[in-house]
Design a protein around this ligand. Sequence first.
Ligand code: ATP
Ligand code: MG
Length: 376
Amino acid sequence: MSKTVILTGIRANNDLTLGNYFGGILPTVDMARNHAGEYQINMFIPDLHSFTTPIDHTQLYEQTLHNARIFTAAGLPLNNSDIYLYRQSYISAHSELTWILDCFTGFGEMSRMTQFKDKSQHILSQPRMETPPLKPVNGELVWDEDKQIEIENNHIDRVSVGLFNYPVLMAADILLYGAKYIPVGDDQTQHLEFTRNIAERMNNRFGELFDIPEAVKEQHAFFGKDQGLRIMDLLTPTKKMSKSDESGRGVIFLGDNPDEAARKVMGATTDDKAMVRFDRANQPGISNLLEILALLRGVKLNDIAAEFEGKTRYGDFKAVVADAVKNFLVDFQQKLASVDDAVVLAKLEQSERDLTPVANETLLKVQQAVGLRPKA
Ligand code: ATP
Ligand code: MG
């Protein structure tokens, strides 16, 4: 394993959306196909990252496998020996290295992470349970401890230490394999910089333990400039379509019933201009539908915009987009159904077997450096 490592993962916390598909999955699959051969591609399912925010745990395991299926249905070649597909929690070195790195990470340093600030604020902005924890006993209201615990779990503790700490886990994900290139969006660049900092800090203190991933600028140069593709929510086209959206009513999930998805498109928010035109600032809803249609047809946005230029009947235009969304889902869900679960599972297990010793080798160097294991 001497090839330069490219590493990438998508958090499995819910079904994936049309936005995830065009903005995350397809580019990742293309990247893997284009770079395998010259590079080693580590594609992992960050299942430990999945519950830094509250999720339905009865769904997690299935969701993890489902993400692997989705990548396969989207064209990830499982039979390519340069491509590894693995579950983070199945390689225990991720958790073990995280703890060690934690103890060399500053509380203040983590507190500055903007993702933590944003996500924790979002969680705390959700309505809290206001009813006092009381229960009737013999006609009297007495303090109910179980209910109190429930309230606390549902409110204060919804911002977990895991959410605070997850950049350290992300650093471990990267450093265990000496990954050099990690395609990250703007929201993750701070975490990548942290990864470089903690690696350098450990190297300075203990000698060469880690290969340092490339800085953000080099990442951008390697992966090409971010296309900045953003599919917007159908109902609130000024905010991005997101898989963790509370209502999901403006979100197309890959697992949506195709007819239901078509209805979501028909109900998309538009405007009163009565003119199909690509103009994000003034017609965000229509512009978003144009963008979606261009992606589904695999043609340039300009061509789609030209095709519908001057059309005034939004209902007709929406029907075209709704039909395209429906056809896409029917087709994708067919591909998904034909994915052989046994093949996916075999790929996951093989990759986990192959990469465990690689991760353990890095972990052992660190354990030796900090005095947990005898020096060789
Ligand atoms: P969450 O709400 O959990 O943050 P998300 O839908 O924003 O979910 P991420 O896990 O943040 O998804 O991102 C997964 C991948 O999907 C990333 O590559 C991201 O750039 C891409 N992506 C997410 N939302 C969109 C979108 N609306 N349009 C295009 N790409 C998107
Ligand atoms: Mg996101």
